[in-house]
Design a protein around this ligand. Structure first.
Ligand SMILES: Cc1cc2nc3c(=O)[nH]c(=O)nc-3n(C[C@H](O)[C@H](O)[C@H](O)COP(=O)(O)OP(=O)(O)OC[C@H]3O[C@@H](n4cnc5c(N)ncnc54)[C@H](O)[C@@H]3O)c2cc1C
Length: 381
């Protein structure tokens, strides 16, 4: 009989781990306290941007992003084939636009080191930039062009993964409610009691509860310093999109989606678990949209929304077993890059379920050890 795996949390990370586990022969159940994909994963802009998101240097987090980016096209193809659902992967390339002299130095620094890692990036002067993106402001002095970056439509990726999971035999339980109790270290295996569905026991539990992961400290012998960072984001109507590339400025980003809308994000607010959109937040995005694209001056976005990014104290995710309790695996805290990092996280979790401690590739996995914030006595919080 196959071992059973219970995944807690039905965002992109939980669904990716569920799909990986079922493909490796486990009996998988995934419980979500509300609707699948209803939190950060459904709110994301869907950018797959390992180079633009890591301007400073080739640290382990950059390597993790890069490894995930490399496998993305094949991973997406498999999800699409198993769900009959397009996730709208677009390999548009990105442009990091310099509006001021002060934007140039970070771009030059990136150009120097990222080329060694396959970024194939190049500096484009003002004239060439406007040839590629005629709607950009004439104030743009140039841009760093990264041809290999792209994006997916995140809500469709979540939906597609849910369908692929269901077809592969995963039991999906939405609206399971909150955790009332978790027992680990029991001879009968770990178990979780949730107020809408009762108690579930499994051989292993994978915790993928995004920004809410810190709340599980109550049941686990480790410190989980994950906190929510609200991202407010908006989109302009279909006619807005003749922007071909993903555009980054120092203050915001713009992504043209396949349906023709132009998504602009995102704020980084400390607002607890509050998910409302504020007038001030949208006004800031609207102002920057008008500065980068003069045709958007005085245009109101058609839609705005917000999500809670799961941030950790050091900005890097927690991927690995709970110290002393290898039957409990954490996969949380992906902050700004959970959509990009879902395939590599799922592979890592699949390897851990199979008892493999090393991941093929270049990444130093100690950097993401969930125990790194916990002292031996478990008191360092
Ligand atoms: C505005 C915005 C833009 C973003 N843009 C990008 C982008 O372009 N590219 C990118 O890679 N990333 C992006 N991100 C980040 C990305 O969305 C997150 O890193 C990712 O979605 C995290 O996935 P997750 O599954 O861990 O979290 P979530 O999607 O939040 O899922 C966690 C789930 O766990 C559930 N849950 C919590 N507690 C419990 C419990 N006790 N029991 C059961 N279920 C529980 C929640 O209801 C939730 O559905 C963006 C985020 C935001 C907010």
């Amino acid at each position: 009989v196959a071992e059973s795996v219970l995944i807690i949390g039905g965002g992109i990370i939980g669904l990716s781990c569920a799909w990986e586990a079922v493909k490796r022969g486990y009996r998988v159940t995934i419980v979500e306290k509300e609707a699948f994909g209803g939190q950060a994963s459904g709110a994301a802009a869907g950018m797959l941007a390992p180079f633009s998101e890591n301007p400073d240097g080739p640290d382990p987090f950059f390597q993790l992003c890069l490894d995930s980016h490399r496998v993305y096209p094949d991973w997406v193809r498999e999800v699409e084939e198993c769900s009959d659902f397009s996730v709208e992967l677009c390999s548009t390339g990105s442009l990091n636009v310099a509006l001021h002299e002060s934007d140039l130095l970070p771009i030059q620094t990136r150009l120097l080191w990222q080329r060694k890692y396959g970024a194939a990036c190049e500096w484009l002067g003002a004239a060439e930039l406007r040839r590629l993106e005629p709607r950009l402001s004439p104030q743009a002095k140039g841009a760093l062009y990264s041809p290999v970056e792209g994006h997916v439509y995140a809500p469709k990726l979540v939906q597609s993964l849910a369908v692929a999971c269901r077809r592969a035999g995963v039991k999906l339980i939405p609206y399971a409610g909150n955790i009332e109790r978790m027992d680990i270290g029991m001879a009968s295996g770990p178990s979780v009691s949730m107020n809408a569905i009762g108690r579930i026991t499994a051989d292993r539990i994978v915790i993928c509860t995004g920004a809410w992961s810190g709340m599980l400290e109550e049941w686990l012998p480790l410190s989980i310093p994950v906190h929510p960072i609200r991202g407010q984001i908006c989109s302009y109507a279909a006619r807005a999109n003749d922007v071909q590339h993903m555009i980054f400025s120092s203050q915001a980003y713009w992504v043209g989606k396949k349906d023709g809308s132009l998504v602009c994000g995102a704020s980084e607010d400390v607002a607890g678990f509050e998910r409302t959109v504020t007038e001030r937040g949208v006004e800031r995005l609207t102002r920057w949209s008008g500065r980068l694209f003069p045709s958007l001056q005085d245009v109101r976005p058609q839609r705005s929304w917000a999500g809670l990014r799961p941030a950790t104290r050091d900005g890097w995710p927690l991927i690995g077993p709970v110290p002393g309790s290898p039957e409990i695996i954490l996969a949380a805290g992906h902050y700004r890059n959970g959509i990009l990092l879902s395939p590599i996280t799922a592979t890592r979790v699949g390897d851990l379920l199979e008892g493999r401690t090393k991941l093929n590739g270049t990444v130093d996995l100690n950097a993401f050890d969930p125990g790194r914030f916990t002292s031996i006595a478990g008191q360092l919080r």
